[in-house]
Design a protein around this ligand. Structure first.
Ligand code: SF4
Length: 364
């Protein structure tokens, strides 16, 4: 079983961010939160083996040592233990604590290596601080480390994005996530766009930046393995891969999502968990179609075997996917195996929702 823990605290809110997090929370509140999560971890009804992911928010705004200790006590074997970091968090002391706590993978939010853009994003660090933080992570002996970038920020020029990519590649990361900016309702960015202070780039400009990132990362040996994720061979994020393979995971903390059998849980702000129970078909649909986010794609025969409840959809899905092949959106990678092309990844969500809504086929 895999475990995701969400930390809903940040120093301040970035302009584009709609994740479940808030700034200005007292140290006492953060300490109480960490203690509560450590208690929940210690009461988990499973042990054995799994991946652990501490995300946020900004996990390092809590004391992670007792939490790491609780996790290590509960899990006999940990396949991968990731913590998300902000460049401002990174100190040799923190890294030492994380290593001692069993953390073996770090993922840092960098987003850009252009100071003007970082300021506009509301990030609390500079480009140089991010570079120093990454080098400090390496110096501390972490040999599985990477960071996130955001493509399509308003006003990003070809030269500025090129600079960001050059500096990012010079850090020799093992893993990079490149997210295309989304205008999320309720964010500062959303408001600035609505008031006419900021104009978002058109889709082509954002996609061109994503393409440039793909080419630059390929040159340092990082290959795309999911819509937004690139890694050296063997450095794919195991935790996220298991989510995309449709496996279960427990989500602890405010805003954390979990998937346990047909149950979906979301941590609420009262310290409890809201639970939704899906039908076996809805559960299988969600799990199966995540595969289209990955370069490995969807194996229809395998899917049918794993989730017989979907078998009546197979003929329809095969037909829908084959119809996208001549458009360069889908490629057939084997008998009844389909994956999105790079062009297809640009419209991944639309393809998944089209396949999801493709109804049962009476012919099967
Ligand atoms: S982007 Fe990260 S650091 Fe910024 S507000 Fe969102 S969760 Fe916090």
């Amino acid at each position: 079983m895999n475990l995701y823990v969400h930390f809903p605290f940040c120093r301040s809110k970035c302009a584009y961010c709609a994740l479940h997090s808030r700034g200005g929370v007292s140290e006492a509140t953060r300490a109480a939160y960490a203690a509560r999560i450590a208690d929940e971890v210690s009461r988990l009804d499973f042990a054995a083996r799994g991946t652990i992911y501490f995300g946020g928010g900004t996990p390092a705004l809590c004391d992670l040592r007792p939490l790491c200790a609780a996790v290590r006590k509960r899990f006999k074997e940990i396949d991968e233990f990731t913590v998300e970091l902000n460049p401002c968090d990174v100190t040799p002391r923190l890294l030492e604590d994380l290593r001692a706590g069993g953390v073996n993978r770090l993922s840092m939010g960098v987003q850009s290596l252009d100071d003007d853009i970082l300021r506009a994003m509301g990030r609390p660090h500079t480009a140089v601080q991010a570079e120093i933080a990454f080098r400090t992570i390496r110096a501390a002996g972490f040999d599985n480390a990477g960071f996130d970038l955001i493509a399509g920020w308003p006003g990003t020029t070809v030269a500025s994005w090129g600079q960001t990519l050059t500096r990012a590649c010079a850090l020799k990361p093992d893993h990079v996530s490149v997210y295309t900016l989304i205008r999320e309702p309720g964010t500062t960015l959303d408001q600035s766009v609505a008031e006419g202070h900021v104009t978002l780039p058109d889709d082509d400009a954002a996609l061109a930046q994503h393409d440039a990132a793909r080419a630059a990362l390929a040159e340092i040996g990082l290959k795309r393995y999911e819509v937004s994720n690139f890694s050296k061979p063997g450095f794919e994020c195991r935790h996220n891969m298991s989510v995309w393979r449709g496996e279960d995971y427990v989500g602890l903390g405010e805003g954390a999502h979990g998937r346990e059998g047909s149950r979906r849980t979301v941590g609420n702000t009262a310290g409890g968990y809201d639970v939704t129970t899906l039908s076996s078909e809805a559960d299988a649909l969600e799990r199966a179609l995540f595969a289209l986010r990955t370069v490995a794609g969807l194996d229809l025969c395998e899917t049918m075997k794993r989730w017989p409840v979907l078998s009546t959809r197979m003929t329809t899905w095969r037909r829908e996917l084959q119809a996208l092949v001549p458009h360069g959106i889908v490629r057939e990678t084997g008998c009844d195996r389909f994956a999105l092309t790079d062009r297809g990844f640009e419209v991944c969500d639309a393809v998944i929702s089209a396949i999801m809504s493709a109804g049962q086929d009476p012919a099967t």
